[in-house]
Write a protein of this length. Structure first.
Length: 218
């Protein structure tokens, strides 16, 4: 059994939510807000909202799309915003630009609709991340499986979803370690293909654990 030179150190994260001074009562104001809000706000309403809404089976997982659907009653724009896959983004700047482009294009195409006051305002919030190292680490695939078995949803979200921005790679902490430290590129690729939109955090962790245990028993 291969032993990693650098262990996988499990970390959990808590997020403090702060309500900003910005709000939107029209689509035009949402467009301006997307230009001016902090990166932390973009993270909160996209990456972080996916974790908050992981248990939902209806609606959209990013807050902007959900608001455009529920408060503006603009399903076409909502679907376009929801179609942006956060797995494709390595920086919040790129994600912000695409979000703003979609809303701004819609506002220019339908100026009367863009000026209509919505049912409820959108309040921009931002997320402040606080990380806490756990008393768990893994040097072997067996120890990695043991850690996954007791891992919280918050820790799984940190390592599997938010990690893309930290690594600036289209991968996650688990896959990166499995490939580079244990020399398991096939398992790393399969792990990275676990769909974060069709799985809950719990079922995503369970799938990753099943894959790792299958590899362990080969």
């Amino acid at each position: 059994m291969r032993v990693a030179e650098q262990p996988f150190r499990f970390v959990t994260a808590a997020y403090l939510t702060r309500i900003c001074n910005q709000k939107a009562t029209t689509l035009a104001e949402l467009s301006r807000g997307l230009e001016e809000c902090s990166d932390a706000s973009i993270f909160y309403h996209t990456f972080q909202s996916l974790g908050r809404h992981h248990f939902l089976t209806e609606g959209f997982s990013n807050d902007f799309a959900q608001w455009v659907l529920a408060s503006c009653n603009r399903p076409i724009l909502a679907e376009k915003l929801a179609s942006l896959d956060i797995r494709d983004y390595l920086s919040l700047v790129e994600l912000r630009n695409d979000l703003h482009r979609l809303v701004d294009d819609y506002c220019q195409a339908y100026p009367a609709i863009a000026a209509q006051v919505t049912f409820e305002p959108f309040y921009f919030c931002e997320s402040i991340e606080v990380t806490v190292p756990l008393e768990m680490e893994a040097r072997t695939l067996e120890e990695f499986c043991g850690g996954l078995k007791v891992l919280s949803n918050a820790s799984f979200e940190y390592h599997f979803i938010a990690s893309r921005l930290r690594l600036h790679l289209r991968t996650n902490d688990f896959s990166f370690w499995l490939e580079n430290e244990l020399g398991l590129p096939r398992l790393a690729k399969r792990a990275n293909q676990v769909d974060i939109y069709t799985n809950t955090l719990e079922s995503g962790r369970a799938k990753l654990l099943a894959m790792a245990e299958q590899e362990l028993n080969r």
